[in-house]
Write a protein that binds this ligand. Structure first.
Ligand SMILES: [Zn+2]
Length: 278
């Protein structure tokens, strides 16, 4: 597994790669634009070129984008839905311009509707967007904590969206260790069975794993990230994960709170120190 973190793009998108190198990352996740805006400022050419150079040097295939949290491809509110589609297209376009191979999105919320129609709507939205534009970037659907009406708290939700889609080849998944535990997958006690289920269903589609600890109980359906080794997932779990050869091509991304001054350096070196210590 390539180990890394979500880094800031403040001051120019290429600076995220410099931060990643400084922290000792082997993988990098970024927001491809301001994460609180539907439409960001256009990407400056100068920054784009600098990013591509830095990314090649880092390893372009070890970089992924994460969508803004505003997007809801299952929304039944017409205004929110239309903005979500525009924002999704905009961010996929930026990923292609930056040659980023993977883009992670939360499947969405079916509020005021049903899970069934929510899943259908997400699938149709992805199909419509990829049908109209030949994007290179893959969309990875992320497992969610199961809070409220969120889609994606069961692996079955993701398989249904992916395997009924004509653009299946452009779709993959991103696991989140905190979200999975929160939604009831006991990855601490049933690691083997759960990873088997993931690999049988998704094979090489599992491109990214968000490595987050958590203090909540398994099945509590709350999204609370904790720093590595400060929650309940424990050293054994992280050791199994970082040494799992079946996941050797996967990007492992920290989305925990940074430490003051040293940013992700300390947490990354903990994860790296678990390698080959099974
Ligand atoms: Zn996410």
């Amino acid at each position: 597994m390539f180990l890394g973190a979500h880094e800031s793009i403040a001051g120019g998108i290429y600076k995220s790669v410099l931060r990643a190198k400084e922290d000792g990352c082997e993988a990098l996740q970024i927001f491809v634009k301001n994460a609180n805006r539907w439409i960001g400022a256009p990407l400056a050419n100068e920054f784009k070129e600098k990013f591509i150079i830095e990314a090649k040097n880092f390893g372009t295939n070890q970089i992924c984008g994460h969508s803004t949290y505003l997007i809801n491809l299952a929304s039944i509110d017409e205004e929110i839905y239309n903005k979500s589609i525009e924002c999704y297209k905009n961010e996929l376009t930026i990923c292609d311009a930056l040659q980023i191979p993977f883009y992670i999105i939360h499947p969405g919320s079916f509020r005021n509707s049903t899970l069934r129609s929510g899943i259908t709507k997400v699938g149709q939205s992805i199909e419509m967007v990829y049908e109209r534009n030949d994007y290179k970037v893959m969309t990875l659907l992320e497992t969610t904590a199961g809070q409220g009406c969120s889609i994606g708290c069961r692996l079955e939700h993701l398989s249904e969206i992916i395997y009924t889609n004509p653009f299946e080849k452009k779709l993959g998944i991103c696991l989140d260790t905190c979200h999975m535990y929160a939604s009831g997958y006991d990855i601490v006690n049933n690691y083997e069975a759960i990873i088997e289920e993931v690999l049988i269903n998704f094979k090489e589609k599992c491109k990214v794993i968000h490595i987050n600890d958590t203090k909540i109980k398994c099945g509590a359906r709350k999204d609370r990230h904790e720093r590595i080794m400060e929650g309940v997932l424990g050293k054994d779990f992280f050791t199994k994960l970082v040494n799992d050869e079946r996941l050797s091509d996967t990007l492992g991304i920290l989305e925990t709170e940074k430490d003051p001054v040293v940013s992700y350096k300390r947490q990354l070196s903990i994860l790296k120190s678990l390698r080959n210590f099974q």
